[in-house]
Design a binder for this molecule. Structure first.
Ligand code: NDP
Length: 240
């Protein structure tokens, strides 16, 4: 399904994005790989030979049009956009500064919307394309200490479910993904209400899925033609 497809993955240097990159590389996709930090991205790009590196801050909105042009120039087209880059906050709602709300909403909600708005015209011109967006179960239900994250992840369902209805008949598939806990660096990198890193222990997501398993399940459901993909123990049936 992804052989020879050009796939642009944000947040590809670790966790779920890295697992996507590895799985799609094995399926013969041509990859454009993005992350915030070039140092984190370089070893991944070296390992997944033939992939094109593009490190940037997804919340640098002024730079995005130029970056999309660079991505389009890498292989001449983009068939699949995986909006995966994300950050989480861990603080009481009332102790979370507006700067932190803005940062989380910019990275987790406005950036996927902006990248999609920029890539979509090219997909429409091609007459086909696929957009995958990584929301969360926190995009379906509220969660204490994660108000900014939940607000952004809920917003993704609002925007991308609406978009799906507008573009499906034009050959564009939009998949919204809501995983439960996955063992990655996300919680370790969480922001406190004041903006510093929280630095919770790496075993915070103990009991969570391995990223490779999550991605295997997501790709299976995409292949089955599912658009809303919820992979969370016990919650899956309740929420669909
Ligand atoms: P990781 O922290 O392992 O990976 C996050 C990725 O996003 C990294 O590649 C990071 O780049 C990149 N990134 C972070 N901020 C920016 C930015 N401003 N600009 C560009 N890239 C950025 O997290 P996960 O793999 O867990 O998360 C991936 C997605 O999955 C997120 O959207 C998250 O919300 C979602 N998710 C995760 C769950 C979990 O339990 N882990 C559960 C449900 C959803 P760099 O390494 O250079 O900083």
């Amino acid at each position: 399904m992804f052989e020879n497809k050009v796939v642009w993955i944000t947040g590809a240097s670790s966790g779920i994005g890295l697992a996507f990159a590895e799985a799609l590389h094995n399926q013969g996709a041509k990859l454009i790989l993005s992350a915030l930090t070039e140092d984190e991205l370089t070893p991944v790009v070296e390992r997944l030979s033939g992939s094109f590196p593009l490190a940037f801050d997804v919340s640098d909105f002024d730079a995005l049009p130029g970056l999309v042009e660079l991505a389009l120039g890498a292989f001449g087209r983009i068939d699949v956009l995986v909006n995966n880059a994300g950050i989480v906050q861990r603080s009481l709602a009332t102790e979370t500064s507006l700067d932190v709300y803005r940062k989380v909403v910019d990275v987790d909600l406005m950036a996927p919307i902006s990248l999609t708005q920029l890539v979509l015209p090219h997909m429409l011109e091609q007459g086909q394309g696929r957009i995958v967006v990584m929301s969360s179960v926190a995009g379906k239900i509220g969660s204490p200490l994660r108000s900014a994250y939940c607000a952004a992840k809920h917003g993704l369902f609002g925007y991308f479910d609406s978009l799906r209805a507008e573009v499906l008949h034009k050959g564009i598939a939009v998949h919204t993904v809501a995983p439960g806990a996955v063992k990655t660096n996300l919680a370790h990198n969480a922001l406190r209400g004041t903006g510093e890193r929280y630095g919770v222990p790496d075993d915070f997501t103990e009991g969570g899925y391995l990223p490779e398993y999550l991605v295997e399940q997501v790709l299976k459901r995409i292949q089955q033609g599912k658009y809303e993909i919820i992979i969370a123990r016990g919650l899956e049936r309740k929420m669909q």
